[in-house]
Design a protein around this ligand. Structure first.
Ligand code: GUN
Ligand code: FE
Length: 428
């Protein structure tokens, strides 16, 4: 077997999602990466791989890198602040003024450097990222993420209505700036950073803008990300603005921003009814579940267990800064906590999420938006974390690997990530 830089073997206590409900766990196993792709997990290393360089993690946990399916880079500076309002007034009072400041490239550079550095050191291997409406600052963010080692989709945000003058674009400006941004991205030749069309949400995008973006999506063959059915006042506003759609999701569908051949991520889907859920399923849309954001903005809690049972695509997201933290470990915990309160307080027909289910949406569920990612099964892009759970003291001995993984997610932190690989490249 030919040795390549990104062909190697890791040895340790391996854990990954076999399916939505099942964790695969191996006390002492070998995970093989050839040219950035997993060859699978082996309890005995096959002869053909013995010439590859081996890193022995000394019994530490090895799990797949995670996918943050929805995060706002320019809101990173707002983390931990302004949790006193619901979605629409929160956007107007705090988010739009902060995002508008990215017109200043000096500020954008300072803020995005912090964001890119922290994303690099976290558990996130892949992410779908909202930038701001500014094309230059968005390009700058993409340059920084390209250097971070992460694989990302990044979008210049589009908005032409219900946004304060200091931040709004006209429909024509928004479409033209998006085209210019896409051309500039093509010239950059990024390898890890791809563009994604990003109409902010229906309240801030006119029908004309959505249709123009739908045409751009087809012309450049681009995926789409947006927000959907997050907060009750937002949903009422959409009914007022677009009285002739069959459901909120239809406002994206009719513009070609969702479709069988148009991959899309819709953040939240807290209040999607059966019509909307069916539309999302039929069109292969990915739901970005953002539990901490759902709580902070008093939005509600998405019925993730039901979406999974219906065979829909669900990934996990931090949604910074409506979510305070970019930690995917925290997001897994929050998904479980939120699902338990939801079950007890308002829907005993939808069971809480189990640990394997929450782990699944953080890895394989969201990873699927990037192709085969978030697992160590053969053929998956090789994203891995080595985690030092032995540094979290306990008197207990003989814990199974699944127990160790769960304990790490509840008690561990980003500081205990000892190595991170994305598509076979060691990030640190
Ligand atoms: N809907 C439209 N914009 C936003 C945003 O920035 N954050 C959240 N959570 N929801 C939104
Ligand atoms: Fe969001």
């Amino acid at each position: 077997m030919k040795k390549e830089d990104n062909s190697f073997v890791l040895r340790g206590a391996v854990v990954y999602s076999g399916s939505e409900t099942e964790l695969m766990a191996y006390e002492d196993a070998f995970v093989v990466c050839v040219n950035g792709v997993s060859e699978g997990v082996f309890t005995e290393l096959p002869e053909v791989y013995k010439a590859l360089p081996l890193t022995d993690a000394g019994g530490m946990l090895i799990m797949p890198g995670m996918t943050d399916l929805h995060i706002h880079a320019p809101q990173y500076a707002l983390r931990g602040s302004y949790m006193d309002l619901e979605l629409l007034p929160w956007l107007n009072s705090y988010v739009f003024p902060e995002e508008a400041s990215y017109a200043d490239l000096g500020y954008a550079k300072k803020a995005y450097e912090i964001f890119a550095t922290e994303m690099r050191s976290g558990a996130t291997a892949r992410a779908c990222v909202f930038a701001t409406a500014h094309q230059e600052a968005t390009l700058l963010l993409m340059e920084m993420l390209e250097e971070s080692g992460l694989m990302t989709f990044v979008g210049k945000v589009n908005m032409d209505r219900n946004v304060p003058d200091y931040y709004a674009e006209s429909t024509e400006q928004s479409l033209l700036a998006t085209r210019e941004w896409l051309e500039a991205v093509q010239n950059k030749g990024f390898k890890k950073t791809r563009p994604i069309l990003t109409p902010r949400f229906t309240p801030s995008c006119s029908r004309e803008l959505m249709q123009g973006l739908g045409k751009l999506a087809a012309e450049y063959d681009l995926p789409v990300q947006s927000h959907l059915s997050e907060n009750l006042s937002e949903i009422d506003f959409v009914k007022e603005l677009e009285p002739d759609v069959s459901c909120y999701a239809d406002s994206y569908l009719r513009a070609g921003l969702m479709g069988k051949d148009r991959p899309c991520v819709m953040a939240h889907c807290v209040w999607s009814d059966e019509t909307e859920a069916e539309m999302l399923k039929d069109n292969g849309a990915f739901i970005a579940h953002s539990p901490e954001s759902n709580i902070n903005l008093c939005s509600g809690v998405a019925p993730v267990k039901r979406y999974l049972a219906e065979g829909m695509h669900v990934g996990l997201a931090t949604d910074v800064s409506a979510g305070t933290s970019a930690s995917m470990f925290a997001a897994i915990r929050n998904a479980i906590y939120a699902s338990k309160l939801r079950f007890r307080l308002y829907d005993e027909n939808t069971a809480p999420l189990s640990f394997p289910e929450a782990f699944y949406i953080a890895t394989k569920g969201g990873g699927a938006f990037f192709g085969k990612a978030g697992s160590f099964e053969k053929g998956y892009l090789f994203d891995a974390l080595i985690l030092d759970d032995a540094s979290i003291p306990t008197a207990r001995t003989g814990l199974s690997v699944s127990e160790r993984a769960e304990r790490f997610i509840y008690l561990g932190s980003e500081q205990l990530i000892r190595a991170k690989y994305v598509s076979g490249e060691r990030v640190f």
